[in-house]
Write a protein that binds this ligand. Structure first.
Ligand code: IPE
Length: 246
């Protein structure tokens, strides 16, 4: 099984609030059609949920956030999710809508429910989850990022490969020259040991990638504008991007 995250930066236009990047979405999904093994998909919030969570000052730590903010973020994620689901359906990929409230209880994963996700994928559907705002407890809510969902699902489902689809080629060791880091190896890697040039949003992604690769699964960061690279990685083991090796 392959676990794939479609980052908000590639499926939406981050500069324009509430704007999906339909061109990129359809291009990626039409490539995913070539994959002949079970896949599970998670998508981010980009100019939908991410945009609103910033506007309402909502974060990953549980707190009593603005009630309207909770609703607005959730609604916008459902809206983006519908766009993704429609694209999968249009390409005959049989999506199975899976909001994280389906398999999370407070901030803990429900093991039994997560294991069912693999069965749904093996049955020929594509479970599609997404980062979302979640009920925690005691009037508190929290933002559960798509990246965190990737970590949670990887740990339990142990996919053959984990892929993060971005709008850049991978991790650059130098932003100016765009020199790509092809491989980051070794069980003892920590984020400070990786010599790279990254922006804030990428830090969390890399932390999650390192943690997943440490638990024994290869993690591949790839450019969604060149979605044939996703297929090449899965089918031919040709990794044109950044690969975190276990
Ligand atoms: C966004 O998930 C969750 C919300 C803000 C509702 P991510 O944090 O994974 O989204 P992207 O991929 O970075 O946009």
């Amino acid at each position: 099984m392959i676990l794939i995250k479609l980052g908000g930066s590639i499926i939406t236009n981050k500069q324009k609030p509430l704007t999906p990047n339909l061109f990129a979405i359809n291009k990626i999904v039409s490539q995913l059609k070539k994959i002949k093994e079970p896949i599970v998909v998670v998508h981010g919030g980009g100019s939908f949920g991410h945009y609103w969570s910033v506007r309402y000052n909502m974060h990953t730590e549980p707190a009593k956030y603005n009630r309207k903010g909770v609703s607005v973020v959730k609604n916008s994620m459902v809206e983006l999710n519908k766009i993704i689901l429609d694209s999968f359906l249009k390409h005959s990929l049989n999506p199975y809508c899976l909001p994280p409230t389906n398999f999370m209880f407070s901030n803990k994963a429900d093991l039994k429910k997560v294991r069912e996700i693999a069965k749904i994928a093996k049955a020929g559907l594509v479970p599609i989850s997404f980062g979302d705002v979640m009920w925690h407890s005691k009037n508190k809510f929290y933002i559960l990022s798509g990246d965190r969902i990737m970590g949670i699902l990887s740990k339990i489902l142990k996919p053959r490969l984990v892929i993060f689809v971005l709008n850049v080629d991978g991790i650059y060791s130098d932003m100016k020259t765009k020199k790509l880091l092809y491989e980051i190896k070794g069980k003892k890697t920590t984020i400070s040991e990786v010599k790279m040039d990254i922006t804030g949003g990428m830090t969390r992604k890399i932390k999650e990638a390192i943690s997943i690769s440490k638990s024994g699964t290869n993690v591949f960061l790839v450019n969604g504008n060149k979605p044939n690279r996703i297929v090449n990685a899965i089918r031919n083991g040709k990794f044109e991007g950044t690969l975190f090796r276990k």
